[in-house]
Ligand binder design. Sequence first.
Ligand code: SF4
Ligand code: SF4
Length: 512
Amino acid sequence: MLHTYNLQPRRPSWGIRAEARKAESTGHAIVIAPPPREVAISLNQSAGRPAVPIVEPGEKVSTGQPVARATAPGSADIHASISGLVVAVEERLVFSAHHSMETAIVIRGDGTDEDFTPHPVANDPMSMTPAEIRQTIAGAGIVGLGGAMFPTAEKLSCGARIHALILNGVECEPYISCDEVLLRYRAARVLRGAQILMRAAGTQRCIVAVETDMPEARVAVHEALETLNDDRIDVSQVTAKYPSGGERQVLELITGRQVPSGGLPQDIGYLCQNVGTAAAVADFFATGRPLISRIVTVTGQGVSRPVNIEARIGTPIAELIAMAGGYRGTPAKLIAGGPMMGIALPDDGIPISKANNCIIAAAPGELMETAAEHQPELPCIRCSECLQACPAGLQPQELLVACRQQDRQALESLGLPDCLECGCCDYVCPSAIPLTARFSLAKIGFRQAQLEERRALHARQRFEAREARLQQQAVQREHELQEQSAGVVSDSQIDAVMARVARDKNADTEKP
Ligand code: SF4
Ligand code: SF4
């Protein structure tokens, strides 16, 4: 099959236009935060199960030293982000969708930032096999920095034939600019990472996706490409429209192909990685330092000097706010992520994780509101605005009916699991129906029902297996009884009796 790519922007019919609000934080170069006095590193730094700690309170650790190991597929290793003393491995309030208490390794810094030696990597990745590169990346604890935190090495080991690597630099949410500044100031690193990832994935093609409203980033990538002189890599522009930065959406805009429902980009021959992930891979092979920091946009009218900060994982958000000039007035809301899909934070003592791309301190009235936030809900008028806006090609008004009727079958056939919870339908709905909240709840119920069904199935299979075993034993016993009553003695039974007689005889002979 011939693969073609749209290098010029294609205007998506779905999505919404939101004011970008990125200029405030892109006005300065990336600020590198000094190692903080203390970090609290959550063990939940990947898409899979939490890692298992391998250090104890009282132990001294160096920067980059492994402190927790991956436990299962989807899980990733974790490393000390500063050097110092492990003072606790305890439950802490960490960044997550539910603000849950999770186990974190707390390290008090010694101020030396002494590197862990020996470095686990010092090889030229181009002289390594793809499998060796993947293994090395896994040891660096590198996960997708776009927010999903899926282990990069695992994604590269998908086993599918990959036509092209798509490096996603599209930040469609307003305010978030960490990928834009990365491309502006560190484009060469991103492209070096692209070359390593291409080798690891066994592909000879890479498309770097940037938004149409990132001209400086685009120029920086083109200049870096000229220096690199690698004609396997191209740049594609994607129309700045929310949510064109989603993995499936960016892929559709560049290749014209859709990922099947419930599938992954690799199912149609593409591998998507965030530009930050590519830079992390390049950094690791250049310096030997695993993933211990990331770029975080700290912005909003509630901070004095919006900026992008490269911060160590586990740094309290309050320290990043201080680096952005501190609060300006009292912010109305503190959000981790963008204003559309971000999570409201209860306070600024929460430490950042590998998933944190943005912190917004929003002033009162600053954020765009949906109609549902200030109007009473009205009946659906079947205007189809939500259908037009939906980037997943769903029919939100039909999903709403199925939600109200709690019709699981209809929800499934209407594609509820494909809902991104992007909020576009809420923004266009003239009846102020909080559609996304309803769909989020329905998805939770859907997952729970699936889990219960799976559990019930396992219980039934176990019960049936036990019944079959008991039945088989009963048949066998019955058979033996019948043989005994008919006087039929098997060879093995005769052998057993002969052996017992011989044993008894020997015992008699040995008696004094
Ligand atoms: S929240 Fe779901 S249904 Fe609504 S527009 Fe986004 S993907 Fe479509
Ligand atoms: S946008 Fe709102 S009112 Fe219009 S069809 Fe969708 S749910 Fe109904």
